[in-house]
Design a protein around this ligand. Structure first.
Ligand code: ADP
Ligand code: MG
Length: 379
């Protein structure tokens, strides 16, 4: 036939399709680590250890004491679209687990030099099973046993090895990519206490090639957000911060109402919980790298909302870039997590209205500061 002549259209082989779509879930080092830590949190782990070898170039290992994987699931654990977390498509609008698409492990298998899991549920502990997966996420071997308490360890070797260009890119920018991953892990270190008063001990380490292992960040498992801030940044981290505790109503836009099949205007109550720098304390910057946003406990990019916070602050103090931990608590129907494959972008219904209401609430909460602080001249 002429199947290979120029211009003819052929199906991409399934292996390549898998690799292409996988590249949308795991786009870089930070999304790879994020997916693994999310799985540990979804497994209700209270102890999570993340080990990078050579800034993650050699391997990423995540060890947890979560529920473990049951033997009946060994075969399907890393198959595309296999998940233990969603039963029906309708669940998507109310999903509360971090994962729900069954894509992360499958993607990591396609985009690395190998994924190995060691796991035990309460039934098998203290005996764990080693699961070696192939590039298609199929179970290659599960015959080895090791001593293992309840929980799961996932090791991802040589991320992006099957994609030479991306691998080179990662090697070239290893330290920067590692920094980004670490920054995201700070957000995850704050998740459990931000949402549900659940203490999770998180420890992250790196061992450079030929060097010694060093702890990069660590929380002590306290459910208190202030204790976590102290663990992460020292007690100085708490200087000049106050509780953030806002509650305001957001009018739902007509277009959203139509989508929700509702006629009349409705109001959504939004709560914002966390910690924030006091207004006008310290003229310098607190560093905008210490601004963490969550929606119902899910760390995410909320660019417009971040901008709104900073704008309100600047109206008090031109130079101030506040420390922010802000968890937006809203009904699941008022947001959509399923917008981008890496779930970092969250669609908020009536976002413009929400931002206006947020700014008003922030200004009101800090109005007393306007009279007691001389804008921009605090020591
Ligand atoms: P998703 O999180 O969307 O379900 P993943 O590919 O991340 O998809 O994981 C697939 C399945 O593997 C999960 O649904 C879960 O059942 C199991 N799993 C993955 N990691 C862990 C873990 N650390 N502990 C327990 N189960 C896990
Ligand atoms: Mg997952």
């Amino acid at each position: 036939s002429t199947a290979s002549s120029p211009g003819s259209i052929r199906a991409i082989d399934s292996h390549s399709v898998h690799r292409i779509t996988s590249g949308q879930v795991v786009i870089d080092l930070q999304t790879a680590v994020k997916e693994l830590v999310e799985n540990s949190l979804d497994a209700r782990a209270t102890n999570i250890e993340v080990r990078f070898l050579n800034y993650g170039l050699k391997s990423i290992e995540v060890i947890d004491n979560g529920c473990g994987i049951a033997p009946k699931d060994y075969d399907s654990v890393a198959l595309k679209h296999h998940t233990s977390k969603l039963a029906a498509f309708e669940d998507l609008s109310t999903v509360l687990t971090f994962g729900f698409r069954g894509e992360a492990l499958s993607s990591l298998c396609a985009l690395s030099d190998g994924v190995t899991l060691t796991t035990a549920t309460a039934n098998e502990a203290p005996m764990g099973t080693i699961l070696e997966m192939d590039r298609n996420g199929r179970l290659r071997n599960s015959n080895s046993k090791v001593a293992r308490q309840r929980g799961t360890t996932v090791i991802v070797s040589s991320l992006f090895k099957p994609l030479p260009v991306r691998r080179k890119e990662l090697e070239r920018n290893a330290k920067r990519e590692f920094g980004k991953a670490l920054n995201l892990l700070y957000a995850y270190a704050l998740v459990p206490c931000a949402t549900e008063n659940r203490g999770v001990r998180l420890a992250v380490s790196n061992q450079p090639e030929g060097g010694r292992k060093t702890i990069q960040l660590k929380t002590d498992g306290s459910p208190s957000i202030k204790a976590s801030v102290t663990a992460l940044w020292g007690s100085k981290g708490l200087d000049n911060v106050v509780d953030l505790d806002l509650s305001f109503d957001v009018l739902t836009e007509k277009t959203v109402l139509r989508r929700l099949d509702q006629e009349s205007a409705s109001v959504t109550t939004v709560k914002v919980r966390g910690l924030i720098s006091k207004f006008a304390v310290g003229v310098g910057r607190t560093g905008s790298d210490r601004q963490f946003f969550f929606v119902n406990g899910r760390p995410c990019n909320l660019g417009k909302i971040q901008k709104a916070f900073n704008e309100v602050y600047r109206s008090f103090n031109v130079g101030q870039s506040p420390f922010i931990i802000a968890d937006f608590i809203l009904p699941t129907h008022a947001c959509d997590v399923n917008v981008s494959p890496d779930k970092r972008t969250i669609f908020l219904h009536s976002e413009q209205n929400l931002i206006q209401a947020l700014k008003a609430a922030l200004e009101e909460a800090f109005a007393p500061s306007r009279s007691t602080f001389d804008v921009g001249t605090q020591p």
